[in-house]
Ligand binder design. Sequence first.
Ligand code: FMN
Length: 143
Amino acid sequence: MSTAIVLVESLTGNTWKAGEKIAANLQQAGWGVSSVCSVRQPELAALERADLVLLGSWTDGIFVAAQRPGGAGHLWAMPSIAGKRAAAFCTYALNPGKVPAKMSTILESKGASVLGGLALHRKKLDQHASEYVERLLGSLATA
Ligand SMILES: Cc1cc2nc3c(=O)[nH]c(=O)nc-3n(C[C@H](O)[C@H](O)[C@H](O)COP(=O)(O)O)c2cc1C
């Protein structure tokens, strides 16, 4: 069975919820999800074994401008995931700007082969989590 791990940076819980919903969608599609854990203290054994690493954070900025990944210092501090597939997601309130792309750059710098990222509106987590996983599985199938 292919296994994923979800690493999360969250201030008020939306991104945790998103990570858990994404994990549930992956499990429904037959994936194992070893852990949904904080990017600040990733479960290293689970990370080592994972085939797919998902990195989630929130959108920081001034709501319609200057968006950047929340807790970027913690994201940059995550361990190397050389050779693994990875994808980013962020939650947002109004406008995520280029946060998924900025997070993808972090994943690339960690040695991952990066699949497209997605922003999930904080009020539409169910719908957007299922769309995210559908797209992800589509890009894994064609990668
Ligand atoms: C300081 C701060 C800045 C934010 N800036 C933006 C922003 O620029 N654009 C946006 O769409 N949402 C912005 N948000 C909203 C959060 O990204 C959104 O509520 C997110 O879901 C929070 O995730 P969390 O609950 O995991 O911390 C901001 C929130 C905070 C606290």
